[in-house]
Design a binder for this molecule. Structure first.
Ligand code: NAD
Length: 464
């Protein structure tokens, strides 16, 4: 069963027009309808947790703990938080009314955008479909979901189970790859929420421009991780090993490369290697806690990055099981292949710097990253890094974890994306802020109406 998601590309126009027609019935607007869908998503994550964890394991060998914490558990808590706060977020926002519009009142209404398209990548195939959907539903929209074709088990599980837990008239799903996405992008949506590579982000934005459809683009890039000499090496090594090798490095906010102070390089790499061994044992290929690379193409691409620099640990690959050992490479320079593109795998290049200022210059010569990390005990230095660089998000003495939880909006800047979501930011992303002025008819000063006179202008200039 696929909930009707396996459709032909020539059926897509009808699917979208049907959904738009449904949206116009107004069924998605009431608070109670929205809350019911959110509770449905939360229940789905609990009741079918093992179905999704099995699917994620089949797609990318995702360890069950990682699947729960970053996919089913993440989505359940996002849905719960949103349902809890939605009534407050939906309330009309009263604002001051300017003197020229008195007597009157002003407020901002959050209205649904309409019918939205959500396109997802392979790396967190459940979270990155359903977390945007939570925002879309919270804001009262109808939605079409287009998950990645690279994770067929997870996509099939969503297609089978989601329609039984949410209003299937309001949420449709289309399975497939480029032809299906291209056909969807020809349609006129009210918003497109895309997560994936920067290259495809351009394709999505170009297609959206045809209809003047606004977009949220959650893209990738090379997220730097700066390690100062004045640092807790043990904590930094442990947290970086976790953030980098979680999901085998296939995380948009994973540290892409390290900029380590040259004075502590040896000591830090020694600790990092020890942490990797603590996590995954002497032979990480046997560890149940390390995911696999999603497909042969990405495995070959990543294996091709292992030729340059000096391998500190790891380096082993197995194309049959799409295994790549957690690998650290030192002696890396900017011109090497591994520094030309987002790595998106368990390979960590290490460059050295003579201090935080050199690291800042290095970062600023590249594109604005999705995340930036700085490990230091000197808060003046971390503040300097934050003030003098631009990135989608950032963390001090931590990595990856800043994207967990509803409090901080999550999104990129520049080539790493536009727009943000999570928690209230998701609701805002999928809402239109409609400004409304209500005027009294009781008072009607003639000041603004023709014929304009010098006397009227004099008074008007005093008021404004
Ligand atoms: P991708 O760009 O290859 O695919 C994403 C989606 O686009 C898929 O649904 C795919 O079917 C569709 N697609 C691919 N080629 C297309 C084309 N030519 N025309 C139309 N649609 C097309 O991305 P991916 O490899 O699945 O994901 C990895 C990328 O996503 C990395 O760059 C990563 O950093 C980024 N990412 C970003 C975030 C974030 O929140 N910012 C989260 C996860 C992943």
């Amino acid at each position: 069963m696929d909930g009707g998601a396996n459709i032909d590309t020539n059926e897509i126009p009808e699917l979208v027009s049907g959904l738009k027609k449904f949206f116009r019935t107004g069924r998605t607007r009431p608070l109670e309808w929205r809350r019911r869908q959110l509770r449905g998503i939360e229940a789905l994550m609990h009741e079918k947790e093992s179905v999704f964890l099995d699917a994620l394991a089949a797609d990318v060998g995702k360890p069950r703990f990682e699947g729960w914490i970053s996919e089913t558990g993440f989505v359940a808590s996002d849905a719960r938080h949103t349902a809890k706060h939605l009534a407050k977020w939906m309330k009309p926002e009263k604002v001051m009314t300017g003197v020229t519009n008195l007597p009157g009142s002003s407020r901002i209404l959050r209205e649904p955008l309409g019918t939205v398209l959500i396109i997802g990548p392979f790396n967190y195939p459940l979270q990155l479909m359903l977390s945007p959907l939570i925002g879309a539903i919270a804001a009262g929209n109808a939605a079409v979901l287009k998950p990645s074709e690279m994770t067929p088990h997870t996509s099939a599980a969503i297609a089978e189970w989601l329609p039984r837990y949410v209003d299937a008239d309001a949420v449709k799903m289309v399975l497939g790859g480029i032809p299906e996405t291209t056909a969807l992008l020809r349609e006129r949506f009210d918003h497109i929420f895309y997560t994936g590579s920067t290259a495809v982000g351009r394709i999505v934005m170009r297609a959206a421009a045809e209809h003047l459809t606004p977009v949220t683009l959650e893209l990738g890039g090379k997220s730097p991780c700066i390690i100062d000499r004045d640092v807790d090496i043990e904590v930094a090594a442990r947290r970086i090993a976790w953030g980098k090798f979680f999901n085998a490095g296939q995380t948009c906010v994973a540290p892409d490369y390290l900029l380590v102070h040259e004075a502590i390089e040896d000591a830090f790499l020694h600790r990092l290697t020890a942490k990797i061994q603590d996590f995954y044992g002497d032979d990480p290929e046997k560890s149940p806690d390390l995911a696999r690379i999603v497909n042969d193409r990405h495995h070959a691409r990543l294996s091709g990055l292992l030729g340059e620099g000096e391998i500190v640990c790891g380096g082993e690959t197995n194309p049959e099981t799409r295994y790549i050992a957690p690998t650290v490479i030192r002696g890396v320079t900017r011109d090497m292949k591994i520094m030309q593109e987002e790595i998106f795998g368990p390979i960590l290049p290490v460059l050295t710097v003579r201090g935080v200022d050199e690291a800042i210059d290095f970062v600023n010569e590249g594109e604005k990253p999705l995340a930036l990390y700085v490990y230091t005990n000197d808060s003046a230095k971390s503040e300097r890094v934050l003030a003098q660089t631009s990135s989608g998000g950032a963390a001090v003495n931590e990595c990856v974890a800043h994207m967990v939880g509803p409090e901080l909006p999550f999104g990129g800047v520049g080539q790493s994306g536009m727009g943000a979501y999570h928690g209230r930011a998701s609701f805002e992303t999928f809402s239109h802020q409609k400004s409304v002025l209500v005027k009294s008819t009781k008072l009607e000063p003639p000041l603004r109406y023709p014929p304009y006179t010098d006397g009227k202008e004099k008074i008007a200039r005093k008021i404004l």
